[in-house]
Design a protein around this ligand. Structure first.
Ligand SMILES: [Zn+2]
Length: 101
């Protein structure tokens, strides 16, 4: 630990940007994350579509995530409450399945 203390002390005295270091890193990270999101693939969920069992995805917009999820297969859209219903149905099915085994 003494090595770390010594070096942190050195950086605090000799590195002009040291006090802002942590803050800058935080900002940089937030900016990177925003950029990644803008380019990123739609967010996939593990929940299947009620109608066809297709994968539900949520697309990214410049403002963030869309409120609606869309089935990749039949294009049915799900609002948040509908999505949670589908999620719950799937979890219940999974727990039934576990009990049988
Ligand atoms: Zn579907």
């Amino acid at each position: 630990m003494r090595f770390l203390d010594t070096n942190t002390g050195w950086a605090a005295q000799h590195h002009p940007g040291f006090p802002d270091y942590a803050e800058t890193l935080g900002k940089l990270r937030a900016r990177l994350e925003n950029q990644l999101r803008a380019d990123s693939q739609p967010e996939r969920s593990g929940v299947g579509c009620f109608d066809c069992g297709g994968q539900l995805v949520r697309h990214w917009t410049p403002l963030g995530r869309e409120d609606l999820r869309e089935c990749r297969h039949c294009k049915r859209t799900y609002s948040d409450p509908e999505y949670w219903l589908a999620l719950r149905a799937q979890l219940q099915e999974a727990s039934h399945h576990d009990r049988r085994e």
